[in-house]
Design a binder for this molecule. Structure first.
Ligand code: AHR
Length: 494
């Protein structure tokens, strides 16, 4: 069976630019994300630059990641940055209390991370310790990485062989303060945030700091309400939100072996992002009608059981076409809410949760999620073209979800339409009324596969890749696209 949707495309001079930072990533000291993922050490036989794998560097450069969040997550509120600078052999160890209880040798620290960001051409996002730190430790870190003049922290940095500051603009003031960051109430944290934020200076960088408050867990609207009510606009640039997709939190199920009911439930939690950003934005609008403060979804993605035989604290999971569906639909939601959602970070870049890259010894593979994000990079810093349509339903038992998700943008004279069909068995035809855009020709790319459960393995790393897509027609101001079941398509037209 085939279903159809008619999409109105409504270009408007007032529509927002899709901030490229929506396409950000997250890398925590968790499992094999940093150690044994990004970082194999200078002495490794795996080709590396200052200990970071060259194949990962090349893949992330190609992906064009605009920002990278580090070092946590929950790890951030246990991290003491001074333990990760200076000669590596002198650095103290610590125990990673949240993730597997492993001993962390601090061999990957501030210099390693910020130099990596320079190599990648990506903006660093430092998530700093509030839960078990102090205002002094925090502001010393800001000074260490940002102060150009003479000061105790700039001298220390110079002693560690770095003269010029990196100029780090984006700062997270703690992480999940309602949970692993200290189990605080929003009222208590709002006061704490104001205290930290007051002492965070930009140390004469040309740009001001972008201070992000640890935000709500999923639908905790009270959290957002209190932060927006209690923190003055001049002390805050972003409010975070975390929301993961899963079958059931207590019974997450396998990342590769799932049935349709489990697929449906996962997509239900993923598509909930639409309601979450709408409702959190409505609260923010009440206190900030000028939309000065951004909503920053700095943790999102699919979360399943770890792969059999791997450390439960390492959150290593495979990545199937289900994850491609999560990525495609979630990014469309963020694009369509670009007026308020101005940054987001997929959890996590390498070997953890919905990773874009998996590694096994010297092997590396790109997941379906990588390929979706690669197709979507055309939306970075492009002007949103609002769309309106009624989606056909994807029904299962007595429930239904919208089968289609669409977003569109325009940059350098090119228009891009990203369309997702989450239906597990039905083809969908989408008719986009593009008369207003005066389009002459188009081309397409697709991520699709034979089975929803398909994934890229180390034995077959290119099973799912981005391919040319031709099942569309541009005629008399109508772009008609026919999407196979569970596929993500991006059409470029001009
Ligand atoms: O991404 C894994 C964990 O999920 C993060 O450390 C934490 O912030 C969240 O609960």
């Amino acid at each position: 069976a085939q279903q159809k949707a008619t999409v109105s495309v409504l270009p408007s001079a007032d529509s927002p630019v899709i901030n490229k930072n929506i396409y950000g990533h997250f890398s925590e000291h968790l499992g094999r994300c940093i150690y044994g993922g990004f970082y194999v050490g200078e002495k490794s036989t795996i080709p590396n630059t200052n200990g970071v794998r060259n194949d990962i560097i090349a893949a992330l450069k190609e992906l064009g990641i605009p920002n990278l969040r580090w070092p946590g997550g929950c790890f951030a509120d246990t991290y003491h940055w001074k333990d990760g600078i200076g000669p590596k052999q002198d650095r103290p160890t610590m125990v990673n209390q949240w993730w597997g209880g492993v001993t962390e040798d601090n061999s990957f620290g501030t210099h390693d991370f910020l130099d990596l960001c320079e190599t990648l051409g990506t903006e660093p996002y430092l998530a700093a310790n509030v839960g078990s730190g102090t205002v002094k430790e925090f502001t010393d870190w800001v000074a260490y990485v940002n102060h150009q003049g003479k000061s105790p922290m700039s001298e220390l940095r110079k002693k560690n062989n770095r003269d010029t500051p990196w100029g780090v603009k984006i700062w997270g003031v703690g992480n999940e303060m309602w949970g692993c960051g200290g189990n605080m109430t929003p009222e208590y944290y709002a006061n704490l945030f104001k205290q930290y934020s007051t002492f965070m200076t930009d140390w004469n960088n040309s740009d001001k700091l972008f201070r992000i408050a640890s935000g709500a867990n999923v639908a905790d609207y009270h959290w957002t309400e209190v932060l927006m009510r209690d923190i003055p606009r001049n002390l805050i640039e972003g409010v975070a939100l975390h929301s993961y997709s899963f079958v059931e939190w207590e019974k997450k199920g396998s990342s590769t072996q799932f049935d349709e009911a489990q697929y449906f439930k996962t997509m239900e939690t993923a598509l909930k992002m639409e309601e979450l950003v709408t409702k959190h934005s409505e609260i923010m609008d009440k206190y900030d009608p000028a939309k000065k403060t951004a909503l920053v979804v700095d943790e999102w993605g699919g979360w399943y059981e770890v792969e059999p035989g791997t450390n439960p604290g390492f959150l290593y999971q495979q990545n199937t076409m289900r994850d491609a569906m999560i990525a495609g639909t979630t990014l469309n939601i963020f694009n369509n809410h670009a007026d308020r959602v101005r940054m987001a970070n997929l959890a996590q870049t390498v070997n953890v949760l919905q990773a874009v890259i998996l590694t096994e010894n010297d092997k590396m593979l790109l997941t379906p999620t990588y390929h979706v994000m690669h197709m979507y990079k055309v939306h970075q810093d492009a002007k949103l073209i609002p769309v309106k349509f009624t989606s056909p339903e994807y029904k299962l038992a007595d429930k239904s979800l919208p089968a289609l998700s669409v977003s569109a943008s325009e940059k350098d004279g090119k228009k891009h339409f990203s369309i997702v069909n989450i239906h597990p068995s039905q083809t969908m035809t989408v008719e986009l009324d593009v008369k207003a855009l005066n389009l002459k020709n188009a081309s397409g790319r697709i991520v699709a596969s034979g089975k929803l459960q398909d994934f890229n393995s180390f034995a077959d790393p290119n099973k799912i890749t981005e391919k040319e897509f031709k099942d569309f027609k541009l005629k008399n101001g109508t772009l008609t696209v026919t999407l196979p079941a569970f596929s993500v398509v991006v059409i470029e037209a001009k």
